[in-house]
Design a protein around this ligand. Sequence first.
Ligand code: FES
Length: 107
Amino acid sequence: MKHAIGSLAKLKQDKKWRVIFNDHPYLIAIVGHHVFAIPDQCPHQDASLFQGKIVGDTVTCPLHQAKFNLISGEIDEVSKMLYFDFGPEKITTHKVVIEGDQLFLEL
Ligand code: FES
């Protein structure tokens, strides 16, 4: 299902948003010419990844510094060893469709 989330021009200004659908928060971020969407909830202890720092295509969790690739959802090896021994292999990524200046999150 496609959900309207706002304008591309506004996201270019803000760099990242936190949006909520069906009680679930999502981090929307623009890096270069690409828009990414992941759950705004670290799978380790639920910290908000929106509060984390984005460098390149990686977001760092503000609580224990686990790193997640915004494109693939992969968790970096060091973070897996420290926090995700029995946890997920990766996090879910969601597609953001751009139609004109409008952005739509596909869930
Ligand atoms: S809550 Fe994100 S790494 Fe611990």
